[in-house]
Write a protein that binds this ligand. Structure first.
Ligand code: ZN
Length: 221
Protein backbone atom coordinates (compact mmCIF):
# COMPACT_ATOMS: atom_id res chain seq x y z
CA UNK A 1 0.00 0.00 0.00
CA UNK A 2 1.25 3.45 -0.91
CA UNK A 3 -0.02 6.95 -0.07
CA UNK A 4 1.13 10.34 -1.25
CA UNK A 5 0.00 13.82 -0.26
CA UNK A 6 1.02 17.28 0.82
CA UNK A 7 1.08 17.41 4.62
CA UNK A 8 2.25 19.02 7.85
CA UNK A 9 4.68 17.22 10.12
CA UNK A 10 2.82 17.41 13.46
CA UNK A 11 4.79 15.03 15.67
CA UNK A 12 8.20 13.39 15.71
CA UNK A 13 9.29 11.00 18.46
CA UNK A 14 12.61 9.18 18.67
CA UNK A 15 12.24 5.46 18.03
CA UNK A 16 15.92 4.50 18.12
CA UNK A 17 19.20 6.39 18.06
CA UNK A 18 18.68 7.09 14.37
CA UNK A 19 15.01 6.76 13.53
CA UNK A 20 11.82 8.52 14.59
CA UNK A 21 8.10 7.81 14.47
CA UNK A 22 6.36 10.66 12.69
CA UNK A 23 2.74 11.76 12.43
CA UNK A 24 1.91 13.76 9.33
CA UNK A 25 -1.45 15.51 8.86
CA UNK A 26 -1.93 15.03 5.14
CA UNK A 27 -4.46 16.79 2.97
CA UNK A 28 -5.66 13.66 1.16
CA UNK A 29 -5.38 10.90 3.77
CA UNK A 30 -5.70 12.67 7.13
CA UNK A 31 -3.28 11.74 9.91
CA UNK A 32 -0.73 9.13 8.86
CA UNK A 33 1.84 7.57 11.23
CA UNK A 34 5.07 6.07 10.03
CA UNK A 35 8.77 5.64 10.48
CA UNK A 36 11.28 8.24 9.35
CA UNK A 37 14.58 6.55 8.88
CA UNK A 38 17.60 8.58 9.98
CA UNK A 39 15.44 11.51 11.18
CA UNK A 40 17.39 11.89 14.43
CA UNK A 41 20.85 11.97 12.86
CA UNK A 42 20.06 13.83 9.62
CA UNK A 43 22.65 16.57 8.97
CA UNK A 44 20.85 18.03 5.98
CA UNK A 45 17.11 18.22 5.31
CA UNK A 46 16.40 17.40 8.94
CA UNK A 47 12.69 16.72 9.50
CA UNK A 48 11.18 19.23 11.96
CA UNK A 49 7.73 19.56 13.47
CA UNK A 50 5.89 22.40 11.75
CA UNK A 51 7.27 21.72 8.27
CA UNK A 52 4.92 21.53 5.31
CA UNK A 53 5.97 19.26 2.49
CA UNK A 54 5.25 16.24 0.39
CA UNK A 55 4.88 12.91 2.15
CA UNK A 56 5.09 9.51 0.54
CA UNK A 57 4.18 6.59 2.76
CA UNK A 58 4.45 2.92 2.02
CA UNK A 59 3.75 -0.26 3.96
CA UNK A 60 3.66 -3.93 3.05
CA UNK A 61 0.40 -4.41 4.94
CA UNK A 62 -2.35 -1.83 5.45
CA UNK A 63 -2.10 -2.20 9.20
CA UNK A 64 1.70 -1.91 9.46
CA UNK A 65 3.59 1.16 10.57
CA UNK A 66 4.85 2.25 7.18
CA UNK A 67 7.92 4.15 6.12
CA UNK A 68 7.82 7.83 5.16
CA UNK A 69 9.72 9.64 2.54
CA UNK A 70 9.50 13.31 3.55
CA UNK A 71 10.24 16.18 1.22
CA UNK A 72 9.96 19.36 3.30
CA UNK A 73 9.16 22.57 1.44
CA UNK A 74 9.46 24.98 4.34
CA UNK A 75 8.83 25.37 8.03
CA UNK A 76 5.52 27.10 8.74
CA UNK A 77 6.37 27.86 12.35
CA UNK A 78 9.85 29.32 11.73
CA UNK A 79 8.51 32.92 11.93
CA UNK A 80 7.07 32.34 15.43
CA UNK A 81 9.67 29.96 16.84
CA UNK A 82 10.77 32.52 19.45
CA UNK A 83 7.24 33.63 20.30
CA UNK A 84 6.33 31.36 23.19
CA UNK A 85 2.75 32.68 23.43
CA UNK A 86 2.01 31.90 19.78
CA UNK A 87 3.83 28.61 19.65
CA UNK A 88 1.39 27.39 22.34
CA UNK A 89 -1.46 27.60 19.81
CA UNK A 90 0.46 25.52 17.29
CA UNK A 91 1.31 22.84 19.85
CA UNK A 92 -2.35 22.70 20.79
CA UNK A 93 -3.53 22.42 17.17
CA UNK A 94 -1.06 19.60 16.47
CA UNK A 95 -1.92 17.71 19.68
CA UNK A 96 -5.66 17.92 19.03
CA UNK A 97 -5.29 16.74 15.43
CA UNK A 98 -3.14 13.83 16.55
CA UNK A 99 -5.41 12.89 19.46
CA UNK A 100 -8.86 13.32 17.94
CA UNK A 101 -8.59 12.40 14.27
CA UNK A 102 -8.80 8.75 13.30
CA UNK A 103 -5.76 7.72 11.26
CA UNK A 104 -5.90 7.66 7.47
CA UNK A 105 -9.28 9.36 7.13
CA UNK A 106 -9.32 12.50 5.06
CA UNK A 107 -10.23 15.83 6.73
CA UNK A 108 -9.30 18.17 3.92
CA UNK A 109 -11.44 21.12 5.15
CA UNK A 110 -9.67 20.94 8.51
CA UNK A 111 -6.32 20.60 6.75
CA UNK A 112 -6.98 23.79 4.78
CA UNK A 113 -8.16 25.60 7.96
CA UNK A 114 -4.96 24.47 9.71
CA UNK A 115 -2.73 25.81 6.93
CA UNK A 116 -4.62 29.10 6.98
CA UNK A 117 -4.36 29.39 10.77
CA UNK A 118 -0.61 28.77 10.70
CA UNK A 119 0.01 31.16 7.82
CA UNK A 120 -1.97 33.93 9.54
CA UNK A 121 -0.59 33.38 13.04
CA UNK A 122 2.72 35.32 12.76
CA UNK A 123 0.92 38.57 11.89
CA UNK A 124 -2.44 38.00 13.54
CA UNK A 125 -3.83 40.68 15.89
CA UNK A 126 -6.25 38.21 17.46
CA UNK A 127 -4.64 34.79 17.82
CA UNK A 128 -7.25 33.65 20.38
CA UNK A 129 -10.12 34.46 18.03
CA UNK A 130 -8.33 32.81 15.11
CA UNK A 131 -7.66 29.76 17.23
CA UNK A 132 -11.31 29.62 18.31
CA UNK A 133 -12.39 29.65 14.66
CA UNK A 134 -9.98 26.80 13.92
CA UNK A 135 -11.37 24.83 16.84
CA UNK A 136 -14.93 25.37 15.61
CA UNK A 137 -13.85 23.85 12.29
CA UNK A 138 -12.35 20.91 14.16
CA UNK A 139 -15.59 20.40 16.11
CA UNK A 140 -17.69 20.68 12.95
CA UNK A 141 -15.55 18.12 11.14
CA UNK A 142 -15.95 15.73 14.07
CA UNK A 143 -19.75 16.06 14.07
CA UNK A 144 -20.21 18.82 16.66
CA UNK A 145 -21.13 21.77 14.48
CA UNK A 146 -21.85 24.83 16.64
CA UNK A 147 -24.62 27.03 15.28
CA UNK A 148 -24.40 30.57 16.61
CA UNK A 149 -26.47 32.17 13.84
CA UNK A 150 -30.02 31.68 15.12
CA UNK A 151 -32.03 30.50 18.12
CA UNK A 152 -32.71 26.76 18.07
CA UNK A 153 -36.05 27.41 19.81
CA UNK A 154 -37.70 30.18 17.82
CA UNK A 155 -35.34 30.72 14.87
CA UNK A 156 -34.75 34.42 15.58
CA UNK A 157 -31.27 35.87 15.32
CA UNK A 158 -31.49 38.38 18.19
CA UNK A 159 -30.35 38.18 21.83
CA UNK A 160 -28.49 34.95 21.25
CA UNK A 161 -27.06 34.81 24.76
CA UNK A 162 -26.89 31.08 25.38
CA UNK A 163 -25.64 27.84 23.85
CA UNK A 164 -27.04 24.37 24.44
CA UNK A 165 -24.38 21.89 25.64
CA UNK A 166 -26.46 19.09 24.10
CA UNK A 167 -27.06 20.39 20.60
CA UNK A 168 -24.30 23.02 20.23
CA UNK A 169 -26.93 25.48 19.00
CA UNK A 170 -27.60 29.02 20.18
CA UNK A 171 -30.66 29.83 22.30
CA UNK A 172 -32.11 33.34 22.62
CA UNK A 173 -32.59 34.99 26.02
CA UNK A 174 -36.38 34.50 25.92
CA UNK A 175 -36.35 30.80 25.00
CA UNK A 176 -33.52 30.15 27.47
CA UNK A 177 -35.35 31.66 30.45
CA UNK A 178 -36.85 28.43 31.95
CA UNK A 179 -33.59 26.48 31.89
CA UNK A 180 -30.80 28.98 31.43
CA UNK A 181 -28.74 27.60 34.34
CA UNK A 182 -28.20 24.47 32.25
CA UNK A 183 -26.89 26.42 29.23
CA UNK A 184 -23.54 28.00 28.40
CA UNK A 185 -23.50 31.78 28.43
CA UNK A 186 -22.29 33.29 25.16
CA UNK A 187 -20.03 34.77 23.78
CA UNK A 188 -18.19 31.62 22.87
CA UNK A 189 -14.89 31.12 24.71
CA UNK A 190 -12.28 28.39 24.95
CA UNK A 191 -13.85 27.41 28.30
CA UNK A 192 -17.04 26.50 26.42
CA UNK A 193 -15.53 24.76 23.40
CA UNK A 194 -13.36 22.59 25.65
CA UNK A 195 -16.57 21.00 26.98
CA UNK A 196 -17.28 19.70 23.46
CA UNK A 197 -13.68 18.50 23.10
CA UNK A 198 -14.09 16.62 26.39
CA UNK A 199 -17.19 14.89 25.01
CA UNK A 200 -15.31 13.74 21.91
CA UNK A 201 -12.33 12.60 24.00
CA UNK A 202 -14.64 10.65 26.33
CA UNK A 203 -16.07 8.77 23.35
CA UNK A 204 -12.54 7.94 22.18
CA UNK A 205 -11.31 7.01 25.65
CA UNK A 206 -8.72 9.77 25.29
CA UNK A 207 -7.81 12.82 27.35
CA UNK A 208 -7.84 16.43 26.21
CA UNK A 209 -4.14 17.21 25.63
CA UNK A 210 -2.35 19.35 28.22
CA UNK A 211 -1.51 21.91 25.59
CA UNK A 212 -5.26 22.53 25.28
CA UNK A 213 -6.28 22.40 28.96
CA UNK A 214 -3.62 25.01 29.77
CA UNK A 215 -4.80 27.32 27.00
CA UNK A 216 -7.19 29.73 28.68
CA UNK A 217 -9.13 32.56 27.15
CA UNK A 218 -7.60 35.88 28.00
CA UNK A 219 -6.85 39.16 26.31
CA UNK A 220 -5.15 38.72 22.96
CA UNK A 221 -1.42 38.46 23.33
ZN1 ZN B 1 -35.57 31.82 20.82
Amino acid sequence: MKLESIGILISLRPFSERDAVAHIFTRDHGVVAGMMRGAIVAKTNKPLVGQIGNATWGARLDSALGIFHWDAERNLIAPIMMNFERIKFVNCVFDLVKTLLPERESYSALFDATIKFMMDLPKSNSPFDDYLLWEMTLLRELGFALDLTKCSGCGRDENLNYLSPKTGRAVCAECAEPYKNRLFRLPLTLDITIKFLEKICDELGAKVPNSRTTLTHKKNS
